[in-house]
Design a protein around this ligand. Structure first.
Ligand SMILES: [Zn+2]
Length: 262
């Protein structure tokens, strides 16, 4: 099947905007191609930029577009959560938040303190959360086991037994650009979750290129957004022996429910 089939309604539940200047073009592309998108912002500067771009962009269209905000674990020294009250109140979800002891040097105690405070903000404001769990999956699973609001685990790549712990706690998961039935975790993500707990994501253009080993294009090749999300949606439908369009509609519905857009 052609992976660029245009009729599938596509869903990108977690995407960072490019730092370079084609961000407006990317927003227009997402609207024109009806890609439901949550823009993930990791600092107050990113949050303000995303809102400014949305305000100035000519991005009319049917697909919903929302913005999440959370102090990313890599940015845990950039702000105190107490400085971010307005963003927490206005965002569609608090995230991505969490812990990372593999890809950053921010001391873990600082990350934990910021994460705990952001969980409290989300609980107090009744906001869903989006989790970054790199290398700290077991600790985070324990920390959110009784979290009262919806939880989305973004692009999970940790141990299979901890995946099961998140799944038992009724967390949702995004399928990242590299999701494949060929490995055990990919198979579990594609096949084991109940259909209302699954979303698709790109993590933004840089996530797509990272997953492809930087070989398939540049951040200005916006068609990769559609190709990537179509491919993941079709893989999910195939793994479940489901109709791709029905699966794509389910993903869109999950997106709107998680981010409380309807
Ligand atoms: Zn991300």
């Amino acid at each position: 099947m052609d992976v660029t089939t245009p009729s599938l309604p596509l869903t990108d539940a977690h995407a960072h905007l490019n730092c370079d200047d084609n961000a407006l073009e990317e927003l227009a592309y997402r609207r024109e191609h009806a890609v439901a998108t949550c823009l993930s912002t990791a600092t107050l500067a990113e949050w303000e930029r995303a809102n400014d771009l949305l305000a100035s962009a000519d991005v009319e269209g049917d697909a919903p577009l929302c913005v999440s905000f959370g102090i990313h674990p890599w940015e845990a020294t950039a702000h105190e959560p107490s400085e971010c009250a307005e963003a927490y109140r206005r965002c569609a979800a608090i995230g991505e938040i969490g812990l990372d002891d593999l890809w950053c040097d921010v001391p873990l105690p600082r990350q934990i303190a910021v994460f705990e405070q952001q969980l409290q903000w989300a609980a107090d404001l009744h906001k869903p959360i989006v989790l970054h769990t790199k290398g700290q999956e077991a600790r985070i699973a324990a920390m959110v086991a009784d979290f009262p609001e919806p939880v989305l685990v973004h692009w999970y790549s940790g141990p299979l037994d901890i995946f099961e712990r998140f799944a038992e706690a009724a967390c949702s998961f995004t399928l990242g650009p590299d999701c494949s039935e060929e490995d055990e975790l990919g198979h579990a993500l594609l096949c084991a979750l109940s259909p209302e707990r699954i979303l698709t994501e790109t993590d933004g253009m840089e996530g797509i290129l990272w997953a492809a080993g930087q070989k398939t294009g540049s951040t200005s090749d916006l068609s990769l957004i559609e190709t990537t999300l179509s491919r993941t949606t079709l893989a999910l439908a195939r793994a479940r022996n489901a109709d791709p369009h029905i699966m794509a509609c389910q993903l869109r519905k999950n997106f709107e429910l998680f981010y409380a857009l309807n």
